[in-house]
Design a protein around this ligand. Structure first.
Ligand code: ADP
Ligand code: MG
Length: 481
């Protein structure tokens, strides 16, 4: 009896998973789906906890940052019993037809230890690699795949990212090494990986002979551990010595991994010493990175450090129009404004929402994109943005941060020590909640024009006033957690 129930559960889950897969394909597009989602398979399920199998640690990380939230939301809506989804690395699962290991020679290659050969490589990236790295096969193996969509042409530049974009462009186009290393940092989904891939494509276009290697810090770590295990350190070092441009993405993953840091430091110093370009990214500035050795930190700060600030309204509008154009759809101004106003956390989410709306309009209703439809499709998401942060919470955090009281924040005092925090609180309320200007105003005992002025003021100062920008970023991070 109990077994029957479990089988029934499994059948339901498996059916739900198929439907979710179809929805994901529609939302994210075939290429992304084939690359990242198709290789997932459902594992065990018990008392609300669903395990999903992922073939490699690298993919797991990618799926966690790009798709996990969405998968959870879709599933929860279909089946409220699903409380938690775990992604589990299972390098090979014989019973799983969705992982495309059909060749028996591949089976032999796949041992319990993953190797770069069996490290899962998304389909489109395999193709792009073989076309572009053909002449440098050993480098094709060392470098992670590049996304063909991440170029300078498709990167929209605005006030908040222009410095980072200019630095990236300069590194990509100059013959001489200008700043070494170039260190890019920002919160998630703001374009670091896009810029790094763009640099790689640009260099490959201008000078195909240069050996450009792009790796995530996790992949660097993985190759390093493998070399250690196979006692192959000299080959490991040799590979990196022949590199012209080395890019390591998300170096915060090296935190607390002393031996890898040591090796990275060595590789990094020798490349810089020989005048090769190094480009790194992280989610924090070098000095704020935790669990990274001090001498490595100071070396990381030794070139040019460029941060990408949270987006402003204009950049979000620019990105929406550019993405809509790429997708070949007409995006009404009102809808763009609505999205740009509401979805402020990062560009990945903004892009995801646009994709959902476009998918709905094309596949389900076959109708034009309208504001009503947009609000309807995104209502869960908007509700969850609201649920996450309240104006009260923002006031409390801002007051704490600036060491003033909430009463002062709401008072009519105009002293700058109070007025600036108040403007920041209003700006954050506009950004992080879906409250209207008059609603925000009421919470501060002000009218909507004051709020509007505050929002504009803070938007203007972001990017020019570094201490204000730091405060806004820190507050946003703490409120979004
Ligand atoms: P990060 O590496 O900082 O987490 P990504 O580079 O992965 O962020 O960017 C997230 C998504 O947003 C990608 O799809 C990327 O193409 C897009 N994106 C980010 N910045 C821009 C921009 N300025 N113009 C167009 N697309 C952007
Ligand atoms: Mg990234």
């Amino acid at each position: 009896m109990a077994e029957e129930a479990i089988n029934k559960d499994n059948a339901i889950i498996s059916d739900e998973w198929n439907q979710i897969c179809n929805q994901l394909k529609t939302e994210f597009g075939e290429t992304a789906y084939d690359s990242w989602l198709k290789p997932l398979s459902i594992g065990s399920y018990s008392s609300g906890v669903m395990n999903i199998c992922v073939p490699t640690p690298f993919m797991k990380n990618w799926v966690l940052t790009h798709y996990a939230d969405r998968i959870h939301k879709i599933w929860e809506r279909r089946n409220p019993d699903i409380k938690k989804i775990n992604f589990i690395v299972q390098s090979f699962n014989l019973g799983n037809s969705s992982f495309r290991a059909t060749d028996s020679s591949l089976l032999k290659k796949i041992s319990s230890t993953p190797t770069p050969q069996n490290l899962y490589m998304p389909e489109f990236e395999k193709a792009s690699n073989s076309n572009n790295y053909g002449a440098h096969d050993s480098f094709a193996q060392l470098s992670a795949p590049l996304n063909p969509a991440y170029t300078f042409d498709s990167f929209v530049v605005g006030q908040t990212n222009e410095f980072a974009a200019a630095a990236a462009k300069k590194v990509a186009t100059s013959k001489n090494v200008s700043f070494n290393p170039l260190f890019l940092y920002s919160g998630v989904g703001l374009g670091k990986t896009h810029l790094m891939h763009a640099i790689a494509w640009e260099i490959k276009k201008n000078d195909p002979k240069r050996n450009v290697i792009y790796l995530s810090a996790e992949q660097f770590l993985f190759k390093f551990v493998k070399a250690l295990r196979y006692k192959d350190m000299s080959a490991f070092k040799e590979q990196f010595r022949a590199v012209d441009v080395l890019m390591v993405d998300d170096v915060q993953f090296m935190s607390n991994k002393e031996s890898t840091q040591e090796e990275f430091f060595y590789t990094f110093n020798s490349l810089i010493g020989e005048g090769r370009q190094v480009i790194l990214s992280a989610d924090k500035s070098p000095t704020d990175l935790e669990g990274i050795e001090t001498r490595l930190k100071s070396r990381l700060s030794g070139g040019l450090v460029a941060d990408i600030h949270p987006t402003d309204f204009n950049l979000r509008m620019g990105i929406l129009h550019s993405k809509a154009k790429q997708m070949g759809v007409e995006l009404p101004e009102k809808v763009a404004e609505f999205l740009a106003e509401k979805i402020t956390s990062n560009i990945r989410e903004l892009e995801g929402s646009l994709r959902r709306i476009v998918a709905h309009s094309q596949l389900l209703s076959k109708s034009e994109i309208t504001l009503d439809m947009t609000q309807d499709i995104l209502k869960d998401m908007l509700r969850s943005i609201d649920r996450k942060t309240t104006i009260d919470e923002i006031q409390k955090k801002v007051a704490e941060y600036f060491n003033i009281s909430v009463k002062e924040l709401q008072s009519s005092r105009r002293a700058r020590t109070v007025a600036r925090p108040r403007q920041i609180a209003m700006y954050l309320a506009k950004q992080l909640t879906s409250r209207s200007l008059p609603e925000i105003g009421r919470k501060f005992d002000r009218d909507h024009t004051t709020v509007m002025h505050a929002v504009r003021k803070v938007e203007d100062l972001i990017g020019t006033d570094s201490s204000l920008t730091e405060s806004v970023n820190a507050l946003r991070r703490s409120l979004e957690n």
